[in-house]
Design a protein around this ligand. Sequence first.
Ligand code: HEC
Length: 247
Amino acid sequence: MGFVRFLALVLLSLTCVASGVLAQDKTLRLAAPAEIIDSGLLEFMLPRFALKHGVRVVVVDADADARLGRDGVPVFSKGDAGYGLSLVQDSAHGETFRAWLISEIGLRTVLSFKTDGEAVFAAPAVAEAEVEEVVLSGDAKRGQTASLRACGRCHVIGDINRMQGIGSTPSFAVLRSLEGWQERFEIFYVLNPHPAFTIIPEVIEEFDETLPSPIAPVSVTLEEIEDIVAYVASMDPADLGALIEHQ
Ligand code: HEC
């Protein structure tokens, strides 16, 4: 452990002690592997969790309440490596943190963490089927409205704007026929070209202003994304063979 990080931990623990029992009640002690700490993910993610649940998470080496590591409930992955969260001791805050991490908002927060404009972590391999069920709780009807408003400027989303999309942009029917369409829609805002103009109020407050953006920002809520996924799920995938013959 580098001296600076050691110092930071000491300071954090001192703050804990100093702010007394009350603050201690609202603190979760988390252990994490060095590669996760060094990635910067925790600095990005923990304040968002704290904001949402009023629980401050301090990173500790020993005596943790919860541990990010290779086992526990799967929470995210990086390449072939899967990471999970285990509760080391009974802890209500640990349970809150785990529930947040495996929730859509938690997962989206992890997925939206970027280094040099690239997402660093991916969804956990095993949890994908579960995510699928949860996500389809969206409302397809509202999803159509949201798609038209937020995506219809570029994408043909259906007959409703058949003549309005941008020709070079794939239609929703074509995207629906791609493998992994659902995940692409769930995280479309980290896939190009969207990061340059997309705002998700709960997750991404501002788009990266260093990227040139000739277009007005698009703002969609997580709920709308669920609705859009339900809408896309309800449509027939494009028959790519027939489409090509048609042209
Ligand atoms: C300003 C234009 C624009 C808007 C607005 C826009 N998109 Fe896109 N989108 C594109 C383009 C262009 C591509 C194709 C990118 C490529 O081929 O690499 C694309 C690709 C996609 C993909 C496939 C990405 C992949 O890599 O697999 C998805 C999913 C998607 N868009 C969803 C959406 C949703 C949902 C919305 C609205 C909430 C939206 N887009 C709004 C321009 C836009």
